[in-house]
Design a protein around this ligand. Structure first.
Ligand SMILES: [Zn+2]
Length: 222
């Protein structure tokens, strides 16, 4: 088993309950694939689960299957889209929290933080976390970066506003206690073999090399 932790990201599960954004359908998985993924991580202390985007499938499909298997996960929610069609509402977020799941922020409205107007910074970086904190009664200090799109400016804003963990979508494994943590997304065409390879940390050598270069570049660009 490779070192560090492997953090998986789930977006949507089952039939999409709303019109998906361009390319978003690539990240939806069938219930069957999702269950295969969960079954494969039971007992794996080196694997963590996160859910992005606050889709209703988080509570309707994800939560009961996590609980059945004694698994927990962290749900990174879009505070500004709560209650929109196909999304979690405030009661759902409370339900996740009360079930022992972690709740973090994915920003306000799923905007690309590298490209937003500075007038939106307060809403994306502070209001989103405050709103979720009020819902759960806990301070919310972990965030998942929308689209995995970041540069040194984005990271600086996150550090300045007191974020204690920032999740990317860079793939590969992460150090368990690091501030910036890479994750690997489940996607529509995964099969049992993909799950096995990812869990065993066996991306091809060239893929690993590309990731290292991309990550170094993202941290400093801007
Ligand atoms: Zn997202």
């Amino acid at each position: 088993m490779a070192g560090g932790v492997l953090i998986l990201t789930v977006h949507g599960i089952g039939p999409a309950p709303r019109t998906l954004d361009p390319d978003e359908d690539r990240t939806w998985v069938t219930v069957e694939r999702f269950e295969q993924g969960l079954d494969a991580v039971v007992g794996r202390t080196d694997v963590r689960l996160t859910f992005d985007d606050g889709n209703v499938s988080d509570v309707e499909i994800g939560l009961p299957r996590l609980l059945e298997r004694g698994l927990s996960a962290e749900f990174l929610v879009l505070a500004g889209l709560l209650g929109e069609p196909g999304r979690l509402d405030a009661a759902d977020v409370r339900k996740l929290h009360e079930a022992g799941m972690g709740v973090g922020s994915h920003g306000w409205a799923h905007r690309d933080w590298r490209r937003i107007d500075p007038s939106l910074h307060a809403q994306e970086f502070r209001d989103s976390r405050r709103a979720l904190g009020e819902l759960t009664g806990r301070s919310v200090s972990r965030v998942a970066i929308p689209f995995g799109s970041y540069d040194r400016h984005v990271l600086r804003h996150l550090r300045r506003t007191g974020v204690t963990r920032a999740y990317t979508s860079d793939g590969g494994r992460a150090r368990p206690d690091s501030w910036l943590q890479a994750r690997t997304s489940l996607h529509a065409d995964i099969g049992p073999e993909w799950i096995r390879n990812v869990l065993d940390g066996r991306p091809s050598r060239s893929l690993r090399a590309r990731r290292v270069v991309a990550r170094g570049f993202k941290r400093v660009r801007g």
